[in-house]
Design a protein. Structure first.
Length: 314
């Protein structure tokens, strides 16, 4: 039993904190983490360039910690932006950014991977203290910096991962055993099988590689959409990409907030602020927004980060 629980913990940890990112090709050589410390917030790009999101990763560290170049390159900026110290390194087609730092290099300097370029300063707070925000761009496109590394999954586990994973397993076990007030495991919102999975994919309409932040579930036009767990409706909206969108907040479970998201419906029969039961009909399947046919795009957020919904479906 202990071995099974440990294995479940590892699988769930991978679900929550591993970033499924396609490797980024680079001629700059092997990349390294720019600062010693756990990654406490991963890459979470917005659905549209003008929307809010997290266009890099945050590494937890103490003020004064050395910050190094992730790859070999040349310094193209070392100064202050909006009151915060920033260093930008060019690696040919790619650029990496580091902030907030006190720069220890000057523009035009060639650096090697692992060479000190600055020291962490206060100005970017995160859970547990101060953080370094590490970014990666190719032209105007933001990429996941962890995709430069050989084993991003390992580096995404924060120092308190074991406790957080154990707590989430407890929530799921409680829900499966009939604890309907603890929605750790989710019911399928539609009965159909799995379509496009969570992770990077070639978008079927835009024809670009991007993160698919949910799971597509097969369903016919007009099929009922059911709430995956009890909760409160926090968003009912519509936009050109998501079509009709619904978000249900299932509360804070041991410090971890769980939200489910439903896209592309013909519409929803619930309103913001309404409390819903597990299995309650909340809308009807459609093909609104950027969709190639009737289906349900189902997404899950834990503590504000998209995770693989398949790991939570009962």
């Amino acid at each position: 039993m202990a071995k099974m629980r440990a294995l479940a913990g590892l699988l769930l940890a991978g679900c929550l904190w591993a970033v499924a990112a396609a490797p980024v090709a680079t001629a700059a050589g092997r990349a390294v983490l720019p600062m010693a410390g756990p990654v406490v917030r991963g890459f979470d790009p917005p659905d549209q360039p003008w929307l809010s999101g997290h266009r890099g990763v945050d590494l937890l560290g103490a003020v004064g910690t050395e910050v190094v170049a992730a790859m070999a390159g040349r310094i193209v900026f070392a100064g202050t932006v909006a009151g915060r110290g920033v260093v930008v390194v060019s690696h040919g087609a790619l650029r990496t950014t580091y902030l907030p730092v006190r720069p220890l290099v000057s523009v035009g300097t060639a650096v090697q991977a692992g060479e000190v370029i600055g020291r962490l300063v206060a100005g970017h707070s995160c859970a547990g203290g101060s953080c370094l925000h590490w970014g990666l761009k190719r032209g105007a496109e933001y990429l996941d910096p962890l995709s430069l590394l050989d084993d991003p999954e390992v580096r995404l586990l924060p120092a308190d991962a074991s406790g957080r994973v154990a707590a989430l397993i407890d929530f799921r076990d409680a829900a499966l055993s009939g604890g309907q007030s603890v929605p750790g495991a989710l019911s399928r919102p539609v009965p159909g099988g799995f379509g496009s999975p969570f992770g990077p994919r070639l978008h079927p309409i835009l024809h670009i590689w991007r993160m698919h932040n949910g799971l597509d579930l097969h369903a016919a036009c007009g099929d009922a959409i059911h709430a995956a767990a009890p909760g409160r409706v926090v968003r009912v909206s519509s936009d050109p990409e998501s079509g009709h969108r619904l978000e249900i907040d299932h509360g804070t479970l041991g410090g971890h907030r769980l939200i489910t998201i439903y896209l592309h419906a013909t519409g929803y029969s619930v309103h913001v602020g309404q409390t819903v039961r597990r299995g309650e009909v909340v809308g009807r399947v459609g093909s609104t927004g950027l969709s190639t046919g009737c289906h349900l795009h189902f997404a899950v957020k834990v503590d504000g980060h998209y995770v693989d919904p398949e790991r939570f479906l009962s």
